[in-house]
Design a protein around this ligand. Structure first.
Ligand SMILES: [Zn+2]
Length: 399
C-alpha cells in the first residue's frame, strides 16, 4: 500500500496527470504539458522519458512557434477506443487508437421503429466487422463511448422517454452494450457528444467554454464549462429547446407553449413550406434549396436562425461561453443561418456577454457525435488501465 503524500504516490499522481493531458489532447509538446498540468518543465521531461521507456507514449520531433519541440502522444498500439452513435435513422461506428487516429468508420441506415435490442445487435456486428477490417486487436479495447438521442438518467443510466427512438425508452443501453461487447461502455446524449467531438477533434479545439447546439428532430445543447461537459445532477442540463419564446405559441411535446423547439425543429419548420414546395421535404433538402437561392427556404432558415439566436442570447447571459458551435443539417447552410443567429445575439444578449463570442458552424458535420463518443471513451477510460498494463489482460466476450 502506498501512503498518501508519500514520494511514490506523488510520482504516480504526476504520471496520471501527464497521461490524462495527452490522452485528451491527442498530442502536446512538453511545454504544453507543463502548462496544462502545472508541473515544472524538469518534472515533465523526466515523466515523459519514463513513459516513453515503458512504451506508453511516443515522442516525435515537431516545431512550435518556429522553434524545435518534441510532440508527445499516447502510443498508437497502447489501446483502442470505440465510438457508437445512434441517431433518428442511422447507426455510426468509429474505431480509434489512443493517439487520436481514426482507424475505421462506417454509417448504416437504422429503422426508427427498431427496438433497442435490434439496434444494439447491429452495433455489435458493425464494431466487430470494423475492428477486423482495420486489423486491430479486440483485446486492446479500453472503452466504448455510446451516443443516444435522448435524455439519460445520470443515476440509473436508463433512457428517458424519447420521441426520436420510441422503442428505446426505459432501457439501459450502456449495460446492454457492455453485456454484448464485454468491455466498459460509457453513454451520453447526442448533444453532449457533439460538444465533446467539436472540443476534442473539431472547431472548439483549445477552447475551455463552449456550447454545442444541435438542431434536428429536437433541439438540444451540450455545455462544456472549463473543459468538462456539464450535465447537472439529473443529466438534464442543456435543454435549450424548451426555453419559452412565446407564451401563446404552439403547444410543445413537453406540454408548454411556444418553446424554442416549436420554432426551429424540423417537424415544426417543414410544414411551413408544404403548400409552396409540396410534401416530402427534409431539412437537408431545404438547406440545399436555400443555398441555391430559393427565397422561401432562405426565409424559413433565417427565421429559424433568429429564434435560435434568442436562445443563444439567454445562454450567453447565463454562461458567457467563448464559443457557440452549431451542429446538425442546419449548420450546412452557413451564413444563411449563422448571420441571423449573430443578429439576435447582439440584439438580446448583454453586450459584455456577447462581445467575445464566436458563433461557428460545426467542423465535423454528421461525424461530431461518433467522434464525441470516441472522446468520451478516451475521457472515461481511466489511467490505471494504461499505467498498470491491465488493458492487455482484458477479455472481451463478443464474437
Ligand atoms: Zn417544450
Amino acid at each position: 500500500m502506498e501512503t498518501p503524500g508519500s514520494q511514490s504516490s506523488l510520482h504516480r499522481a504526476n504520471l496520471e496527470r501527464v497521461v490524462r493531458a495527452v490522452r485528451m489532447a491527442g498530442s502536446l509538446t512538453q511545454a504544453e504539458i507543463a502548462r496544462t498540468t502545472g508541473l515544472s518543465a524538469a518534472t515533465v521531461s523526466n515523466i515523459v522519458r519514463e513513459l516513453k521507456d515503458g512504451g506508453t507514449v511516443e515522442v516525435t520531433p515537431t516545431s512550435a512557434g518556429g522553434r524545435r519541440a518534441r510532440s508527445v502522444s499516447l502510443s498508437g498500439d497502447a489501446g483502442l477506443v470505440v465510438g457508437v452513435d445512434f441517431g433518428h435513422t442511422h447507426l455510426r461506428v468509429a474505431i480509434g487508437n489512443l493517439a487520436h487516429q481514426v482507424l475505421a468508420e462506417e454509417a448504416e441506415p437504422l429503422d426508427v421503429d427498431a427496438s433497442a435490442a435490434q439496434g444494439l445487435d447491429r452495433a455489435q456486428e458493425l464494431v466487430g466487422r470494423l475492428i477486423d477490417a482495420s486489423g486491430a486487436d479486440r483485446s486492446k479495447i479500453a472503452g466504448v463511448g455510446l451516443g443516444v438521442p435522448g435524455p439519460i438518467d445520470v443515476e440509473s443510466g436508463t433512457l428517458g422517454s424519447t420521441a426520436i427512438l420510441p422503442g428505446w425508452s426505459g432501457t439501459n443501453p450502456a449495460e446492454e452494450l457492455t453485456a454484448r461487447l464485454g468491455v466498459p461502455v460509457y453513454v451520453d446524449n447526442d448533444a453532449n457528444l457533439g460538444a465533446l467531438g467539436e472540443l476534442v477533434w473539431g472547431g472548439g479545439r483549445g477552447v475551455k467554454d463552449l456550447a454545442y447546439i444541435k438542431v434536428a428532430s429536437g433541439v438540444g445543447a451540450g455545455l462544456v464549462i472549463n473543459g468538462r461537459i456539464y450535465r447537472g445532477p439529473g443529466g438534464t442540463a442543456g435543454e435549450i429547446g424548451h426555453i419559452t419564446l412565446d407564451e401563446s405559441g404552439p403547444v410543445c411535446r413537453c406540454g408548454n407553449r411556444g418553446c424554442l423547439e416549436t420554432f426551429t425543429a424540423a417537424r415544426y419548420v417543414l410544414p411551413l413550406l408544404e403548400s409552396s414546395h409540396g410534401a416530402g421535404l427534409t431539412m437537408e433538402k431545404v438547406v440545399r434549396l436555400a443555398r441555391e437561392g430559393d427565397p422561401g427556404c432562405r426565409r424559413v432558415i433565417a427565421d429559424v436562425g433568429r429564434h435560435i439566436g434568442s436562445g443563444v442570447a439567454n445562454l450567453c447571459n447565463l454562461l458567457n461561453p467563448s464559443c457557440v458551435v452549431l451542429g446538425g443539417d442546419l449548420a450546412e447552410s452557413g451564413e444563411l443561418v449563422l448571420g441571423p443567429i449573430r443578429e439576435s445575439v447582439s440584439r438580446y444578449a448583454i453586450p459584455s456577454a456577447a462581445r467575445r463570442l464566436s458563433v461557428l458552424p460545426g467542423a465535423l458535420g454528421g461525424r461530431a457525435e461518433v467522434l464525441g463518443a470516441l472522446a468520451l471513451a478516451l475521457s472515461e477510460m481511466g489511467d490505471s488501465t494504461l499505467l498498470d498494463g491491465t488493458l492487455t489482460t482484458a477479455t472481451p466476450v463478443f464474437t
